[in-house]
Write a protein of this length. Structure first.
Lengths: 258, 280
């Protein structure tokens, strides 16, 4: 294995951040420039949104269920079992819904984008596209970024809802809590700030997932092995950044909405 | 009153501002990861001329095509294409110029998720050409390469030679002013190679398109220089002393430098030891 000097590694890292920033900025700037690829955006929205629906629904449902199960054990000791809905609601809407939906979409779509664009890159299809007078950042990147941002927003709402439903299923069937009490608690505890926090995050995560997936795809090299490497790196980078950005966004938004 | 100053003549334009040469490279150098690929290359391609770029693998032939297309930027030197300095243009400004150029990639580079029809029509769809016109022009282009029957097939269903012909159809569908062929016969059997060369000769003699052709196969380049397309017979025939100028020249690269730029006859009679060995 070839060893890389720390200086070279640092240079490569700075270069990668610079290239990603440029690509990400262009992908947003392209929204305001012609031509706009509306049909490509709709196709991507279907692929990302509808395609990710089953895993997001299942993830949300079972996470909500397990949250209720674990919360009940603690709450029971204090005689506050009726607060289960409140705990599930806050956790899902503010943190787990956006994060889990983001991670699921990162696993499924950042890898898909990296492998698709990576294959196009190594077979010179990206160069062919440029040679035919088409800007790949407009045709390939912007539709994916726009579609991921919009669809992740709605997927998060769906994930939140199914999380609450999962919590309700456990509360109703396992803990024999009153349905009205669960939903009323879950609803009443949510404040405007919680919902805002929960809905701003998927916009950021969607942007990260799509731009990172596209960046690794467009910069992949070294044949099929390189495409495989780019795919793995895209999922790892997107997942870590989602978790890191989630922490800092929570900090910032909690401070701002205090 | 001072006399009006005539506009300066640039390598890409005449004094009246019209493009004079199709392509001009002036002292162009480029390196990749510390390896010098091209070192001070200069040559020009006149309008209607075809130039075959020859040299061993890694000599920088394909890089010249990519530089001409503006797909990569030179480290040093200037490149003019149709009078515009591509080496100084931004990526966003290059897309307009690239629509006047056609390129056939080494491995065809067809979009594998699109049908042959959509591959050939790609540029026309992007330009918003009406559907009926697209269909007509796609059929024309596919007829030119004798692949009308592949319209609804995917690139994966075609043979290597057929993919190369579809790539030619995609490049010529908009009748570009310049065509760049990157090893169009590479990896093909001799019969298919001759078919491809015949198509290139047909494009040269029927539409008089300026072109740069990269090839490892010397016999392909000589075939182009010594044959012309006879429209009455609808096939390529040897010049055989007829007063026909095929307007095909040769450029040989060695170690990133141009060591020969001239006609087929000059190449065949060159006294340069390397060239004699190369063509033997």
């Amino acid at each position: 294995m070839e060893l890389i000097s720390p200086t070279e590694w640092a240079k490569d890292l700075v270069q990668a951040i610079q290239d990603w920033t440029y690509l990400a900025a262009r992908s947003i700037g392209n929204i305001f420039r012609h031509p706009r690829y509306v049909s490509d955006t709709l196709q991507q929205a279907d692929l990302i949104g509808v395609g990710s629906l089953p895993i997001v629904v299942l993830t949300g449902f079972f996470t909500g269920g397990v949250l209720a199960l674990n919360a009940a054990r603690t709450l029971e000791q204090y005689g506050s079992l009726s607060l289960t809905g409140q705990l599930v609601s806050i956790s899902m809407v503010r943190e787990l819904g956006p994060t889990l939906a983001g991670l699921m979409v990162a696993g499924r779509n950042a890898s898909g984008m990296a492998s698709e664009l990576g294959s196009m890159k190594v077979t010179e299809q990206i160069d062919a596209m440029r040679a035919l007078g088409t800007d790949p950042s407009k045709k390939l990147v912007t539709p994916r970024v726009v579609a991921t941002i919009i669809m992740l927003f709605f997927l998060t709402i769906i994930c939140d809802f199914f999380g609450l439903t999962g919590g309700f299923a456990v509360s109703q069937l396992g803990l024999h809590l009153d349905a009205h009490q669960y939903w009323n608690n879950a609803y009443q505890t949510l404040e405007f700030g919680d919902v805002i926090i929960g809905l701003i995050k998927p916009l950021l995560f969607g942007f990260l997932v799509a731009t990172i997936g596209c960046y690794y795809g467009l910069t992949s090299r070294g044949g099929t092995q390189g495409v495989g490497r780019a795919t793995t790196q895209a999922v790892v980078a997107a997942s870590i950044l989602i978790l890191a950005v989630n922490y800092f966004t929570s900090q910032l938004l909690l401070y701002l909405l205090k | 009153m001072p006399a009006p100053v005539a506009p300066a003549e640039s390598p890409g334009r005449t004094t009246d501002g019209q493009p004079q040469s199709a392509i001009v490279l002036e002292d162009v150098s480029i390196s990749f990861e510390g390896n010098t690929v091209l070192d001070g290359i200069s040559f020009s391609l006149e309008r209607g001329e075809t130039k075959a770029l020859l040299g061993v693998a890694g000599a920088g032939k394909s890089t010249i095509l990519k530089l001409t297309m503006g797909l990569v930027k030179p480290d040093h030197g200037n490149i003019w294409v149709l009078g515009q300095e591509v080496s100084a243009m931004k990526e966003e400004d290059l897309f307009e110029l690239r629509r006047k150029l056609g390129m056939v990639f080494q491995e065809s580079a067809l979009f594998d998720s699109l049908t042959v029809r959509d591959n050939v029509a790609y540029r026309l769809i992007e330009e918003g050409v009406p559907e009926d016109k697209i269909q007509k022009r796609v059929e024309e282009a596919l007829r030119f390469v004798e692949l009308e029957h592949t319209l609804n097939m995917f690139p994966g269903e075609l043979s290597g030679g057929m993919r190369r012909r579809v790539a030619i159809a995609r490049a010529i569908v908009d009748q570009p002013e310049i065509l760049l062929y990157d090893s169009p016969t590479g990896g093909l059997d001799p019969v298919t190679s001759t078919t491809i060369i015949e198509l290139i000769v047909k494009q040269r003699d029927v539409y008089h398109t300026s072109s740069l052709l990269v090839s490892h196969r010397l016999q392909d380049a000589f075939t182009m220089a010594t044959h012309y397309f006879d429209r009455s017979k609808n096939r390529m025939v040897p010049v055989n002393g007829a007063p026909i100028d095929t307007r095909t020249s040769f450029l040989v690269l060695r170690d990133g430098k141009v060591i020969f730029d001239g006609s087929a006859h000059e190449l065949a009679t060159s006294r340069d030891e390397y060239i004699r060995e190369y063509i033997s």
